[in-house]
Design a protein around this ligand. Structure first.
Ligand SMILES: NC(=O)c1ccc[n+]([C@@H]2O[C@H](COP(=O)([O-])OP(=O)(O)OC[C@H]3O[C@@H](n4cnc5c(N)ncnc54)[C@H](OP(=O)(O)O)[C@@H]3O)[C@@H](O)[C@H]2O)c1
Length: 252
């Protein structure tokens, strides 16, 4: 996608990857509007970045999503880029009983919400030049982390939806991109200090370089091994990955 001159709405822009991406795009001459639930986080980011704007949105609430979509179209008619980045990740136990509240909130936040938001904005985006719908999925879309089985499944669902939506929009001048980060140092799963995780600034600069290319999948180098899921031979990759990661994460 082009990296300047856009009007961008990015969810989860109050922290982590969303905030860093919002700031990088703001600095490159885009009009950036961030969304999230926590007003204080949003205010902190827009105060630090004059010209950036914010709206409160709850990705689990269809009424909130529709209200924000209508507000965006009315207030920012130039809106041409949606980045569905908000997400939540909690550990679960697929060998036991999955907490129903965790199940519903994870699926709603990570999958249903982004589908609802892109549905609410897609007709508007079809009318714009250089339109983009991007989703932050995860390398766990390709290789699940067994300690976060529900989360991993939501990201696989996002990946699948991206493939379908990209095909269906192929003649509409709306590009559908997937940003699939590896483990990055953010508040997600308290990973800010995790040494094995990628530093946020390195992730953002590598991501922007790919985002500015023709690639539909935005993968930093550290994500490519996961993407190279070997089809029917995936069990070795999945089991090897989890044999390595589960002991590390269980100690945290
Ligand atoms: N960090 C990683 O290792 C990693 C790896 C792969 C993929 N990802 C993905 O990257 C995205 C950003 O995560 P992050 O690492 O930057 O973690 P983060 O700092 O915790 O960001 C998550 C953001 O999502 C927002 N959010 C959560 N639930 C929401 C809801 N119901 N409605 C609206 N906004 C909501 C949060 O804002 P509020 O709480 O204010 O609503 C927060 O700003 C997520 O989709 C995550 O799955 C992260």
């Amino acid at each position: 996608m082009k990296l300047n001159g856009n009007t961008i709405f990015i969810t989860g822009g109050g922290s982590g990857i969303g905030r860093a991406l919002a700031e990088a795009l703001h600095q490159r001459g885009n009009k950036v509007v961030i969304g999230g639930r926590r007003r204080a986080q949003l205010d902190e980011v827009i105060t630090a970045n004059p010209g950036m704007e914010a709206v409160e949105i709850d990705m689990t609430d269809p009424v909130s999503i529709d209200r924000v979509a209508q507000h965006l179209i009315a207030t920012y008619p130039a809106l041409n880029v949606l980045i569905n980045n908000a997400g939540g990740m909690l550990p679960d136990d697929a060998a036991g009983r999955i907490d129903d509240a965790l199940l519903l909130s994870t699926v709603t936040t990570n999958f249903i919400g982004p589908v609802r938001l892109s549905s609410a904005l897609v007709e508007h985006l079809k009318s714009r030049d250089d339109a983009v719908i991007a989703y932050t999925s995860s390398v766990l879309a390709f290789v699940p982390l067994a300690l976060t089985a529900v989360y991993s499944a939501t990201k696989a669902a996002v990946h699948s939806y991206v493939l379908s939506q990209r095909f269906m929009l192929r003649d509409h001048n709306v590009r559908v991109l997937e940003i699939a980060p590896p483990w990055v140092r953010t508040d997600l799963m308290n990973s800010r200090e995790a040494e094995q995780a990628m530093p946020l600034d390195a992730f953002i600069s590598e991501t922007l370089a790919v985002l500015g290319s023709d690639a539909d999948e935005v993968l930093v180098d550290g994500a490519k091994l996961f993407r190279a899921n070997p089809g029917a031979g995936e069990h070795d990759l999945v089991n090897g990955f989890n044999a390595q990661m589960v002991p590390v994460l269980s100690q945290r």
